[in-house]
Write a protein that binds this ligand. Structure first.
Ligand code: S3P
Length: 188
C-alpha cells in the first residue's frame, strides 16, 4: 500500500508531441532526479521499438505492458521524473496507480503546435492508422483531452515559440508554489 509520503515522483502527461520526453529529461537534470520514460522502458523490456510492438503484437499487448510497468512503478519508483506515453490516460487504473506515487503534470500545447511537431515523424504507430496523420491526431486529441484534464493535478500550457527550458521553468514554478519541491529544488 502507498501512503501520501510515497507521492514523490513527477509524471508528465500529454499528447504525442507535447514535449514530455524533452522537458522531462531537462526537468530531471534540474532537480537532480532520475529520468524514466515508459515507452523506452517497454522497448527495452521487449527488445523492440514501440512501432514494432504495435506491428507484431498489436496495440492491446502494448497497453498491457504499459499498465504492468506503471503498476510496478507505483510500488517501487520514488523521486523520479517520469515521461508517460500519450495513451496512458486511456486506462483509469494507470491514472490511479500513477497518482499514488506521482504528481501528474499535463503538458498542454494547442493542436496546431502538436501537428507541427508531429509532421514527418514515423515513430507514432497510431498516427498511421487513419486517412492522414493530422486528421487522426485531431480526432484522438478531441477524444483524449477530457481524460488528460481529469487526470492532471497541474496543467502547464505550452505555447508556440517557447523552448523546453521555458516549459521546465513553468513546471518548476508550479511545483515550488505548491510546496512539492522547495526553492532550492530539493524535494520533500
Ligand atoms: C501513444 C503515444 C506514444 C506511445 C505509443 C502510443 C498514444 O508515446 O506510447 O505510440 O497512444 O498516444 P508518446 O506520447 O511519447 O509519443
Amino acid at each position: 500500500m502507498n501512503t501520501p509520503e510515497d507521492k514523490t515522483n513527477i509524471a508528465l502527461l500529454g499528447f504525442m508531441g507535447s514535449g514530455k520526453t524533452t522537458a522531462g529529461k531537462r526537468l530531471a537534470r534540474r532537480l537532480h532526479r532520475q529520468f524514466l520514460d515508459t515507452d523506452r522502458m517497454i522497448e527495452e523490456l521487449l527488445g523492440l521499438t514501440v512501432r514494432e510492438i504495435f506491428r507484431k503484437y498489436g496495440e492491446a499487448r502494448f497497453r498491457g505492458e504499459e499498465a504492468l510497468l506503471i503498476s510496478k512503478m507505483a510500488a517501487a519508483t520514488r523521486h523520479a521524473v517520469i515521461a508517460t506515453g500519450g495513451g496512458v490516460v486511456l486506462n483509469p487504473q494507470n491514472i490511479e496507480n500513477l497518482k499514488r506515487s506521482s504528481w501528474l503534470i499535463l503538458l498542454d500545447p494547442p493542436l496546431e503546435l502538436l501537428l507541427k511537431r508531429l509532421t514527418g515523424k514515423k515513430n507514432r504507430p497510431l498516427l498511421s492508422t487513419g486517412p492522414d496523420p493530422a486528421t487522426t491526431a485531431a480526432r484522438l486529441l478531441v477524444q483524449r483531452q477530457p481524460l488528460y484534464r481529469a487526470a492532471a493535478e497541474i496543467v502547464i500550457p505550452v505555447e508556440a515559440g517557447e523552448n523546453a527550458d521555458d516549459t521546465v521553468a513553468k513546471i518548476i514554478h508550479q511545483l515550488q508554489m505548491r510546496g512539492i519541491i522547495y526553492a532550492d529544488n530539493h524535494h520533500r
